[in-house]
Design a protein around this ligand. Structure first.
Ligand SMILES: [Zn+2]
Length: 263
């Protein structure tokens, strides 16, 4: 199954456009948007207005054009920490039109593979906290975050059967990368990924995992891939304020992947 994967497009319309053109050409069976999909607000703008307008207008235009150009391509979407939850109603409207499927906490079958998405990220330096959550259960509470009370944590979330079942045929789309891999490296040589996500991958060994969030990791580590046991983990590595779009084009069944740069 041919898949295109791109995360961290941050509402950059040129990157969406390039990605749509490439999909029109290659006609992948699935096109996966891996979180931080929508624009940040400029000073003086309301981020909820900016993102809901983007979803209603530009994202919808992108999806309608893609459906015309490549009718058999299914679009799967996972949110990220800069995507506000207030877009949910508008995303649901696009789902009703058959234009995409949101796979946050949900399993979707396409042909012989299952896809499941997870939008939450471990605490980090990003100012955008919409889907941030305590990583391991043993980690300290995040001050001010009611979701990190009780046993709420990424570690506990990922124990749900939605994530653990059928690993040999499952592609997990996590916005955050696993800790201490090629996919979570910052410029200072620091690894900032999720320990709970790494632990999940090592324990359950999903067929393929896809990640975003740490934009520069592939550039600093020199690789967009990492192998954890029998799992192949990939990142697209899109960086803001550059004109380049990076798409991972993968034969998911054969687990062969390329990272392609467009401008
Ligand atoms: Zn992110």
């Amino acid at each position: 199954m041919l898949a295109h994967f791109a995360a961290d497009l941050h509402g950059d319309w040129d990157k969406y456009h390039l990605s749509g053109q490439y999909a029109a050409q290659e006609k992948p069976r699935v096109l996966i948007l891996g979180g931080d999909n929508f624009p940040r607000a400029n000073p003086g703008q309301n981020v909820v207005d900016v993102q809901t307008t983007f979803v209603r207008q530009l994202l919808r235009d992108f999806l309608v054009t893609l459906r015309d150009d490549s009718p058999d391509t299914k679009v799967l979407l996972v949110n990220g920490n800069t995507d506000v939850p207030e877009t949910n109603l508008d995303l649901t409207a696009l789902e009703r039109e058959g234009l995409l499927t949101v796979i946050d906490f949900t399993r979707a079958r396409v042909d012989d593979l299952d896809f499941v998405g997870y939008p939450r990220v471990n605490p980090g330096v990003s100012a955008f906290k919409h889907h941030e959550m305590r990583d391991l259960l043993a980690d300290p509470y995040i001050p001010g975050d009611s979701r990190s009370r009780g046993d709420h944590s990424i570690e506990v979330d990922l124990q749900r059967s939605t994530f653990t079942e059928n690993p040999k045929n499952t592609v997990c789309v996590f916005h955050a990368p696993p800790y201490d891999t090629n996919l979570d490296l910052l410029y200072a040589g620091e690894h900032v990924g999720s320990k709970a996500i790494r632990q999940f991958i090592e324990t359950h060994q999903p067929w393929v995992t896809l990640h975003g969030h740490v934009h520069e990791a592939a550039r600093y580590s020199g690789s967009f891939a990492h192998i954890l046991g029998n799992s192949l983990c990939l990142t697209s590595g899109n960086e803001m304020h550059t004109p380049y779009l990076y798409v991972v084009s993968a034969d998911l069944n054969a687990r062969r992947a390329r990272r392609i740069r467009f401008i």
